[in-house]
Design a binder for this molecule. Structure first.
Ligand SMILES: [Zn+2]
Length: 435
């Protein structure tokens, strides 16, 4: 068992706005066992002098894709499973080295990666896997070419590239939805991801579309809840969101284009929204994975729905931080650093963003209930919590650049390591320590 004592740090606890007075934080095994202004017993501990720096919870990315780690065209043309699996190791390393100690994978097959990380063979964050994203024919997970025969009409289901690569299940009807959900649960999914409406990167589904019928939705939610867990969904519009809420969906991904009434309903029902602020930024229009037919619709939607982020906070919706990281290594990593920057701009508060990326995101992860692969408290600095923490130079509540926040994304140079993150600890073990 490891014992670490970090002396003289000011604590951002993930919940409270502001830093504490100088404190000492002790980690025993994989738990924070003491947080105190009084000197702590250092017997048997590695002692680190925090030098008045900030200690904060490890960051949480509640929506990313370890396996979608090439540009889409290249992925469909030449990848096999091993390309994606090997590349996902580098995605995991970079994610942890950016200070993200927990992540939710919202589409892909990172099950082997998760096992390798959990047993210490590979360095990476905790992973809450959803398994392949579940999409209807012509839905947001359907990247098949136009000459692919509809398997449900021909009775001959030829898998498209995204299905072969473990990124998607294309299914129609209650029975097939049930089979896909249960397949993912069998693999070890901690929650289920359904494509509930049109998207920006997929070729066959306009953004305004609603996907899956009420019957298909309730099949997915029933099968997930029978396993003690929940469904999250890619979704944008009030029509689709209301259908998903009717079925009992707990986590609404993206959800940029909502009316006030729908936002109020989300707040009342206690569902989470997991948006990417970059979806409302000019940078997204330059992204190579945005389908060319979607650029103009997205531009118009951005202009029409610019109040949604403000409404989410005003109405008290639980908003979790998420990058939707995917694509090439550099582009993906930059998207997350850009998200930290752009979200702070949109919410006009570093505290709001940091809360979304720690305690609120942790509350979302805990919805997996008995399927939670990492029982224990995440996203906070307090006695008894899991020891996932960062020590950083400066105060991120005043200056988000100390966590790597950056105002550049697409086409920017490869990201440098974040020097101001001095210590990265996950589950009581240090993965970076420059103190
Ligand atoms: Zn996504």
């Amino acid at each position: 068992m490891t014992h670490t004592l970090i002396n003289n740090v000011r604590v951002f606890d993930g919940v409270t706005d502001g830093l504490s007075e100088p404190m000492n934080v002790r980690v025993t095994g994989n738990l924070i066992d003491a947080v105190s202004a009084e000197p702590l017993d250092a017997d048997g501990c590695d002692v680190i002098d925090g030098g008045g720096r900030t200690v904060m919870p490890g960051l949480i990315d509640a929506h990313m894709h370890y396996d979608i780690n090439m540009n889409f065209a290249e992925l469909a043309a030449r990848a096999d499973r091993s390309d994606l699996a090997i590349r996902s190791v580098e995605v995991a390393r970079r994610t942890l080295m950016d200070g993200f100690t927990s992540t939710r994978d919202t589409g892909g097959s990172p099950f082997g990666l998760k096992r390798a990380i959990d047993c210490g063979d590979v360095d990476g964050p905790r992973i809450y896997p959803s398994g392949p994203m579940i999409s209807q024919t012509s839905g947001h997970g359907d990247f098949g070419c136009n000459c692919r025969p509809n398997p449900h009409l021909t009775g001959n289901h030829t898998l498209d590239a995204w299905e072969v690569l473990g990124l998607a299940h294309i299914v129609d009807g209650r029975d097939q939805v049930l089979a896909a959900v249960r397949q993912n649960l069998r693999q070890g999914a901690s929650q289920i991801k359904i494509m509930g409406g049109g998207g920006g990167s997929s070729p066959w589904d306009p953004i305004d579309t609603t996907q899956f019928t009420t019957d298909e939705w309730s099949a997915a939610v029933e099968a997930a809840e029978d396993w003690g867990t929940y469904v999250c969904t890619h979704i944008f519009t009030p029509r689709a969101v209301n259908r998903a809420l009717d079925a009992g969906v707990k986590s609404l991904e993206h959800a940029f284009f909502l009316d006030r009434e729908t936002v109020e309903r989300i707040a009342e029902e206690g569902a989470f929204v997991v948006p990417q602020a970059w979806g409302m930024s000019p940078e997204v229009l330059k992204n190579p994975n945005l389908d060319p037919t979607k650029v103009e619709p997205v531009r118009q939607l951005q202009a029409a729905y610019s109040d949604v982020p403000k409404w989410l906070v005003e109405c008290g919706v639980k908003v979790a931080f998420a990058s939707d990281l995917l694509g090439t290594f550099d582009d993906g990593q930059l998207s997350r650093r850009y998200e930290l920057h752009w979200r702070a701009v949109m919410y006009e508060s570093n505290f709001e963003v940091l809360r979304q990326a720690t305690s609120v995101a942790a509350e979302l992860l805990a919805l997996s209930g008995p399927r939670n692969p990492y029982p224990g408290k995440l996203g906070v600095i307090e006695e008894g919590a899991l020891a996932d923490l960062l020590v950083v130079d400066g105060n991120p509540l005043d200056d988000m650049t100390v966590l790597g926040a950056s105002d550049v994304w697409t086409g920017a140079p490869a990201p440098e390591p974040i020097e101001s993150i001095r210590l990265i600890m996950k589950d009581g073990l240090s993965y970076k320590n420059t103190l």
